[in-house]
Design a protein around this ligand. Structure first.
Ligand SMILES: Nc1nc2c(ncn2[C@@H]2O[C@H](COP(=O)(O)OP(=O)(O)OP(=O)(O)O)[C@@H](O)[C@H]2O)c(=O)[nH]1
Ligand SMILES: [Mg+2]
Length: 351
């Protein structure tokens, strides 16, 4: 295994030298900052040509390095995403790997840096302390995650719940999934109301689910109907209300919904956000719907999302508990009650 060393005035210049000479499959063994009195700092990168080639020739000696190695592609990825971060992490491969994992999982660069800083990863820790630094960084992220346990609140009296969100985010399907769990698994008396009168067929969709489950269903075209439906469902353990999909840009309709579901009706609203939308869209949606006051987020379409960091980005913007995660189109199977460990897995065990 031939180790090559490159020195340059910046990390990016040193990496460019590695890439030019050793090719795109080069692996970085170590990187450090040298004190070069007089002409400023110098960075030194030690690299080998290709992990695969070296492995063939010298498998045993190379294996020990495996966890310390970082591909040049990963280094370039970090460089292209974040200027100055190489130096800030003191070029520690473990910190850089954790950082790039956060970025790759969609955690906003700005927050990723803040978590690393809070976890002590930007201090000059010794290599054997990395486990603690990593744990502390992840703990800081997980501190943002709170869970709302839907089924616990139900035992304290009838709950009335409305699911709210943009068109097609999964409100009706999720209501059907939750209703099935409540009535079949938890044996709770459950009733459904639809106040989605905008779209032809929207009410039929929920009515069909109600028929399949053998539970009561009422349409409500206005506030008077809603009050009457709630009265007729007063003996239920849970009432789930489906709402019309609103564009996040349509403030007027969001206001109408707010006027219909007034505080005296004690309706707990939950906001559905699709994980596969952009961070910006998600934030805009949460902002626009904010007059409705939410008890929790329900993150939908996890199965379609390549990365789930947007969940953390959203919690950083507006911290609310998470109640459910939905994972597909199948009713009633594709839903999970959110837990801290499921969120942790989404963020840290898929790559
Ligand atoms: N892949 C995937 N698709 C889902 C999920 N949840 C819902 N869908 C699909 O998304 C589409 C829209 O779902 P709906 O439940 O009708 O969405 P909605 O929010 O009620 O839509 P509107 O009433 O039109 O606003 C359907 O094709 C669902 O099967 C999910 O977790 N994953
Ligand atoms: Mg719907």
């Amino acid at each position: 295994m031939q180790i090559h060393k490159y020195k340059a005035k910046s990390v990016s210049a040193a990496i460019a030298m590695v890439k030019n000479e050793l090719g795109p499959d080069a692996m970085i063994l170590s990187s450090k900052k040298l004190n070069d009195k007089g002409s400023g700092h110098l960075f030194e990168i030690a690299a080998v040509a290709s992990y695969a080639n070296t492995l063939d020739q010298n498998s045993d000696s190379f294996d020990g390095f495996r966890s310390e190695l970082m591909s040049i592609k990963e280094m370039i990825y970090i460089l292209s995403h974040s200027e100055g971060m190489m130096e800030k992490t003191m070029l520690k491969p473990e910190t850089l790997t954790l950082y790039s994992k956060m970025l790759r999982n969609g955690i906003n660069d700005h927050y990723a840096r803040a978590f690393l800083e809070q976890g002590g990863a930007l201090n000059d820790y010794s290599p054997e302390c990395f486990k603690t630094v990593r744990e502390e960084t992840i703990r800081k992220i997980m501190e943002k995650v709170e869970i709302h346990k839907f089924f616990e609140t139900i035992n304290k009296g009838r709950i009335i719940t409305a699911l709210v969100g943009t068109t097609g985010v999964g409100k009706t399907t999720t209501i059907a999934k939750i209703a099935a769990r409540l009535s079949l698994k938890y044996k709770k008396k459950t009733g459904l109301i639809s106040i989605d009168s905008y779209r032809i067929g929207a009410m039929e969709q929920l009515k069909t689910y109600a028929n399949i489950l053998g539970i009561p269903f009422f349409p409500a075209f206005n506030r008077k109907d809603l009050v009457a439906a709630l009265e007729r469902l007063k003996n239920m353990d849970a009432v789930l209300i489906d709402t019309a999909g609103q564009s996040q840009y349509d403030g007027k309709r969001i206001e109408e919904l707010k006027n219909m579901m007034t505080d005296d009706l004690n309706i707990q609203s939950h906001l559905l956000l699709s994980v596969s939308t952009t961070e910006e869209e998600m934030n805009k949606t949460a902002e626009k719907f904010s007059p409705l006051k939410f008890w929790s987020y329900i993150f939908t379409k996890l199965d379609e999302a390549e990365k789930c960091g947007s969940i953390i980005n959203q919690l950083m913007k507006k911290q609310l508990p998470i109640s459910y995660l939905t994972t597909g189109q199948n009713v009633p199977e594709d839903i999970e009650e959110a837990t801290k460990s499921s969120i942790y897995k989404l963020l840290f065990s898929n790559n």
